[in-house]
Design a protein around this ligand. Structure first.
Ligand SMILES: O=P(O)(O)OP(=O)(O)OP(=O)(O)OC[C@H]1O[C@@H](n2cnc3c(O)ncnc32)[C@H](O)[C@@H]1O
Ligand SMILES: [Mg+2]
Length: 376
């Protein structure tokens, strides 16, 4: 784990994809330093000579790593290079692989007057996904991101996205010494969406915002006091969604959370809010006193309606856990008594809970649906 206070980003891709333009713009916006490996190879002579056929330096990778190690380890660099597998995993926080259509790449490389053999090899490499494979083989999957780079608009939105990743990386690092990385937008081709999340629950709202923060969905919110009918959970949520759309006269998102004890055949389920208020954490534990089986499911159901005349669509996420005596801060509902893999939700870092929670899983489905919907 690193002790960097600023992240290191690799921007890679076949020659001609737009690495340097991305790096320069990003450096300007973030204050991170643009590290052109090309220049280092040239200036610090990290090569074994010039290849006439390819019209390029034959890089000495060991020398190159020695030349940049001291600086890069401090953090704050955007590394601009058409290979990424040489940089040690521990140096790197995010790997962006830029992609471009073959036609555009052909035009860019011919404009650079690349020798035929180099032109062909690079086109092949792009078509064969060589660099994205190399990136995926060399780094953890969640830090490797593929972005399209065919025109200025795409570059602008890519840079914006990396910038917001950078902001959240810094924020989290400062706040809780977090050494991992935030997920970045995994649906880069999706048009930006704003959803009106109708909830009276501030904790839910902040989790939903945190989980969606890297993506193209932003959240506005309005509290409405909606009566919740009793019955099957899905009916409760569908009904709530329809009423909200009716009142708002527009698109809305609502959510309901259930906590289901397996020994009690799914109860309290949708009645958890009422049980929690009347019995508290200890009372909820007592409900299971007579049973050996303490397992439970946290179930989150989002319903989205495009407006009053539209049927709500449901997205559900389930996380399995166990009911235990309360541990950890009691800020949010039943978080202290729901244990997942040895830790209660309340004991986890927010960012950890937001990776595995019932809510995160439901939101992943919601995003997938939006991404498909918006690109078709
Ligand atoms: O306005 P809405 O969105 O309906 O918000 P609510 O607070 O009424 O929420 P629910 O009807 O879904 O009731 C679920 C109960 O479970 C609690 N809860 C929901 N998500 C939780 C989570 O991730 N961790 C712990 N408690 C949670 C919440 O505080 C409620 O007491
Ligand atoms: Mg409610």
């Amino acid at each position: 784990m690193s002790t960097r206070t600023l992240p290191n980003i690799i921007i890679t891709g076949t020659p001609g994809v737009g690495k340097t333009s991305h790096c320069e713009l990003l450096a300007e916006r973030t204050g991170l330093k643009h590290l052109s490996v090309n220049d280092v190879v040239k200036d610090k002579e990290c090569h074994e000579g010039w290849d006439e056929e390819y019209q390029s330096w034959i890089v000495d990778e060991d020398k190159l790593l020695d030349a940049i190690e001291e600086d890069v380890k401090k953090g704050g660099y955007i590394i601009d290079w058409h290979a990424c597998d040489l940089f040690p995993k521990s140096w790197i926080d995010l790997v962006i692989v830029l992609r471009v259509d073959t036609k555009a790449l052909y035009d860019r490389l011919t404009a650079r007057k690349y020798p035929e053999i180099k032109l062909q090899e690079n086109l092949d490499s792009e078509i064969m996904d060589v660099l994205i494979q190399e990136a995926r083989d060399s780094y953890d999957e969640e830090i490797v991101v593929e972005l399209q780079s065919n025109d200025a608009d795409e570059m602008e939105s890519n840079v914006e996205r990396i910038e917001s990743w950078f902001e959240s990386w810094k924020g989290d690092n400062k706040k809780e010494g977090w050494e991992g990385v935030q997920p970045i937008n995994i649906y880069p081709n999706m048009a930006p969406q704003t959803l009106n999340f109708i909830t009276g629950n501030a904790n839910k709202l902040s989790e939903v915002k945190a989980i969606l923060s890297a993506n193209n969905i932003s959240i506005t919110s309005q509290p409405l006091d909606l009566p919740e009918i009793q019955g099957d959970l899905n009916d409760v949520t569908i009904d709530k969604c329809k009423r909200a759309a009716e009142i708002i006269q527009g698109p809305v998102l609502v959510e309901d959370t259930c906590l289901c004890f397996n020994a009690l055949k799914g109860l309290p389920g949708p009645y958890i809010k009422w049980f929690l208020t009347s019995l508290g954490h200890e009372g909820l534990n007592n409900l299971l006193a007579a049973y050996e089986d303490k397992s439970a499911q946290a179930v989150c159901t989002f319903a989205y309606s495009a407006g009053p005349d539209h049927e709500p669509i449901l997205f559900q996420g389930i996380t399995d856990g166990k009911i235990v005596s309360a541990r950890g801060p009691g800020n949010f509902g039943w978080d202290p008594i729901f244990e997942y893999e040895g830790q209660t939700y309340a004991e986890m870092e927010k960012s950890e809970k937001n990776k595995i929670s019932h809510r995160a899983k439901a939101l992943a489905k919601l995003q997938e649906w939006f991404a498909k919907e918006m690109s078709s």
